[in-house]
Structures are given as structure tokens and as C-alpha cells.
Design a protein around this ligand. Sequence first.
Ligand SMILES: Nc1ncnc2c1ncn2[C@@H]1O[C@H](COP(=O)(O)OP(=O)(O)OP(=O)(O)O)[C@@H](O)[C@H]1O
Ligand SMILES: [Mg+2]
Length: 243
Amino acid sequence: MNLLNVSNVVKRFGGLVALNGVSVQVDRHELVGIIGPNGAGKTTLVNVIMGIYYPDSGRMMFNGRDITRMPPHRRVKLGISRTYQVPRPFSNMRVLDNVAVAAMHGAKELSVGEARGIARDILERVRLADKANLYPLSLSVTELRKLELARALAQGTKLVFLDEASAGLTGDELREILSVIEKIHDEGITIVMIEHVMKVIFNIAEKIVVMVNGEKLAEGKPTEISSDARVIESYLGRRWASV
Ligand SMILES: Nc1ncnc2c1ncn2[C@@H]1O[C@H](COP(=O)(O)OP(=O)(O)OP(=O)(O)O)[C@@H](O)[C@H]1O
Ligand SMILES: [Mg+2]
């Protein structure tokens, strides 16, 4: 059984069809990449799966449960979470408490002490423990991305969507965030990454979904996608130089 099964999802904004019958399956422990040009519908797909918007039609199952019309907080309790394209920490709380608050919104009922204990463990896992007592304002971009990931993990997540977690990072920063993502994946978390940096996604993903104009253009292993004529023509051709 797939962990996530999205079938034929349609989402319109007025006259604009942001998702036009999109179907995606994610297996347990899989690391899936979603690529596609600006405005393809990638973030909208995540928003619909998280319950920020309900789809106009289509169906979504998570871990055997129908989540199509389930409120967002119940989806989080089932183990679906996401990071934002632009990090959104609570700036008036220390890093530790940012993660502890997320833990308290997760699947289990926790005291503040228990939540802080979980937060400390998770900060170790994402290699941010040395910043636990700082405020988000003093973190680097890489550290803010790790904090986003830590907050998602704190909710007891099984599946996490990373919306452009590597955007704007280069060199050592990029390698650091990718190694944390791979570590979390090795620990058993299912990951769906939305990415613009092709060399990142082709190196790390087990399956790639290509979206264009609100539709799924192609889906397959990185080697299949990189040699798919339609994908090269509509998207990769323009970006291949950066691989
Ligand atoms: N809340 C909204 N209201 C109206 N239109 C929206 C809304 N959210 C997204 N859209 C539109 O839906 C389309 C898909 O947008 P979306 O943000 O999902 O694209 P994306 O693939 O994530 O792009 P990017 O790579 O730039 O992040 C775009 O035309 C966008 O303007
Ligand atoms: Mg987006």
C-alpha cells in the first residue's frame, strides 16, 4: 500500500486551473522529487495535500485514510508535515522552543518538559543543537532551513514535504542541508522534495515527478526523466546547463 495516494486532483483559483487532474503516489520511505517551471502547481499540490485548500475534485489517501476533506490539523496528527519556501519561525522564541511548540502540536499530548526533551533530540538529529538557545534572527539561511525541518519532524511526521529547502544555498551550505535530508530519510522518514536545482534532485531522489502547467508531465527514475524527450523539450532543455 502507498503511504500517499493522490488521484485526479483538480484545484482552480477563479479561472486559473492550478492543478488539472494530478495523480501522484508516494511509497513508504521513498524520497520523491517534484520539479517543474515557476507556476507549475508544485506548491499548490503541497497546499492541497496539507489541507490549506480543498481540491475541487479528486481524492487523497494517506496511510489508508481518506484525507480529501480532512482539516489540516488532523492531517498533521496523522503524520504529514511540510516546510515553507520562505522559513516561518516564531521570532520571539528561542530555537529550542520553536521546535518544542511544534512537538506540542503533533500527534501526542505532551507537557512542556517532554516537548523540550523531544526538541533537544531533534535538534541533534538536524545538527542544530548548538543553536538551541539562540533566537531565529541570529541563524544563517542554512540553519533556518534546518529549523524548518526540525519543526516538521517534531510533529511526529511520517511524510515531510520540503518546498525548495536548498534554494539560494551553494557549496558547503548546500552539502550540509542535503546530508541532513539524507540522514532523516535514512532514519525512515518519507520525503517529497520540491526543487529547482537539478543536480540536487537528480542525485538524491529515487523517483522524480515533473509538473508543467498544473499537470503531471512525466514520472520515473532520475535516469528515465533525464532522457525523456518531452521533459527535455518542455523544461530540462533550458536548465540542463546547470546540472
Ligand atoms: N492562493 C492563490 N490564489 C490564486 N492563484 C494562486 C494561488 N496560489 C497559487 N496560485 C497560482 O497557481 C499557479 C501555481 O502556483 P504554485 O505556487 O503552485 O506554483 P509553483 O510550481 O510552486 O511555482 P514556483 O516554482 O514559482 O514556486 C500559479 O499560476 C499561481 O499564480
Ligand atoms: Mg512553489
